[in-house]
Design a protein around this ligand. Structure first.
Ligand code: FAD
Length: 431
């Protein structure tokens, strides 16, 4: 192991492996440090991997990566106690190359992805915890690890250590999370024969379905649940912001149990065997919670930089893309032999100019609005269910009369003005 590397990347999740791979492809001398027994050993994701950003890193990755199913249908459920309003899209164009999204199991996927960085020339060391950044004269010059003689040096250290980045906290880049800035999500992998999955979700062998579930899945609190199909297992999970959990006195495992026993969900998972139970935080503070992302000799990427779009459940793609942007900034800095904050700020500029920060900026008020005004999940989801039940019940009421009754049941409960205010507020939060 050379004494000094061009770049040390801490964490072999999607962000870290993307950065290490791009740096190595550009001829840099890269050390990738992972605390797990292997990359992915401790990593958690609902499971949707997006093609676009991955393909930029490994062209036609679907021919070799350990993927579960290409997603051909995305459903949204507005769940009430004994009913559901659903909408979504199913398209066979997503069943063929180049596909759209895929479900993945992170333990397998992360290992393969980190392997690509190694193939490109990065040195990966597992079972090694980076305990702190080494700072000399105001510049990060390396990292200290939990190994004996565990100090390693580099021109740039890239922090890809995930949601609760102790390392960027140590550098003073971000403070302790507020409970409304993170969601706690619990999930289970449930083994189920592939024939049952195909029947229950109306798909074929190499086709997958995702369901995002709002409303009663979180007992009306800000948050979502999900149910995704793998080859011969299902991923089911649910999460809310920590602040909602505290306020509503929710226990995450009780919420998952409630979801699994919900009459709309139970038949889909029935007979399955629990294979894994996982819990993880998701950074959901959005635009305003993004910390300082570049300093002297250091860059922060992925979840460590809070780059998650909770509304569109995008995180892995943002992690990978920020990793790529960071690598490009490191390569430029290397060409200049200047690793100062102002030099590495080219990463910050690229990040703020990319879809990542544009999307986070678009939704900067969304989570706050939906948490402050709980009626969206609490009142409107049951109202939608009642309205649809009425709409589909054939009871001899003339249709115009029925339409009036439905409108009255919505506006009657809250008043027309309140409903219009709520619609305007929600539109403003996501426009
Ligand atoms: P991570 O994946 O957390 O990787 C960080 C790595 O750093 C880990 O391997 C960890 O072991 C290592 N590490 C941490 N500290 C140290 C240290 N001190 N020393 C050495 N190594 C260290 N995103 C999607 O795109 N689609 C989804 O469907 C989706 N669903 C999700 C469902 C759940 C339940 C959760 C929790 C998240 C979900 N996300 C989803 C978000 C997505 O998982 C993250 O945005 C993504 O994993 C971030 O990648 P990362 O590399 O930044 O961080």
């Amino acid at each position: 192991m050379p004494e000094k590397f061009d770049v040390i990347v801490v964490g072999a999740g999607p962000a870290g492996s993307s950065c290490a791979l791009t740096c190595a492809k550009n001829g840099l001398n890269v050390l990738l440090i992972e605390r797990g027994e292997y990359p992915g050993a401790k990593n958690v994701m609902g499971g949707v991997l997006y093609r676009k950003q991955m393909e930029e890193l490994v062209p036609e990755f679907w021919k070799e990566a350990p993927l579960e199913r290409p997603v051909i249908e995305q459903r949204f459920w507005m769940l009430d106690k004994e009913s559901v309003v659903q909408f979504g899209y199913k398209g066979l164009e997503w069943a063929v190359e180049p596909y759209n999204n895929f479900t993945v199991l992170r333990a397998q996927f992360d290992q393969w992805f980190a392997g690509k960085a190694v193939e490109a020339g990065a040195l990966l060391i597992n079972e090694t915890v980076v305990t702190e950044c080494i700072v000399e004269n105001g510049k990060v010059v390396g990292v200290r690890t939990d190994r004996p003689d565990g100090e390693v040096y580099a021109d740039v250290v890239v922090l890809a250590d995930g949601v609760n980045s102790l390392l960027s906290k140590q550098l003073g880049f971000h403070k302790e999370f507020r409970p409304d800035e993170v969601a706690l999500t619990v999930m289970e992998v449930i083994n189920l024969p592939k024939e049952k999955i195909n029947d229950r979700f109306n798909v074929e062998d190499n086709q997958g379905c995702t369901i995002e579930i709002f409303g009663d899945s979180t007992k009306g609190n800000l948050g979502t649940a999900f149910l995704y199909t793998n080859k011969d297992s299902l991923n089911i999970g649910v999460g809310t912001t920590l602040s909602s959990m505290i306020k509503a006195k929710l226990k995450p495992y009780e919420l998952l149990d409630y979801l699994k026993n919900h009459p709309m969900v139970k038949p889909l998972i029935d007979g399955g065997e629990s294979a894994e139970y996982l819990a993880h935080l998701i950074p959901e503070g959005g635009y305003r919670s993004v910390p300082k992302v570049a300093g002297n000799g250091v860059i922060v990427i992925g979840d460590a930089a809070q780059l998650v779009n909770a509304i569109h459940r995008e995180g892995s793609n943002m992690a990978m893309y920020s990793g790529k942007l960071a690598a490009e900034a490191v390569v430029q800095a290397k060409n200049r032999e200047d690793f100062s904050e102002s030099s590495l700020n080219s990463y910050r500029e690229a990040l703020y100019g990319s879809f990542i920060m544009k999307d986070l900026e678009k939704y900067k008020d969304a989570a706050h609005t939906f948490e402050k005004y709980p009626q969206y999940f609490n009142d409107y989801v049951p109202m939608m269910n009642k309205a649809m039940s009425k709409f589909f019940t054939v009871d001899g009421t003339p249709k115009r009369e029925k339409q009036k009754q439905i409108m009255k049941s919505v506006t009657g409960e809250k008043g027309t003005l309140r409903v219009l205010q709520d619609i305007y507020r929600a539109w403003k939060a996501v426009k």
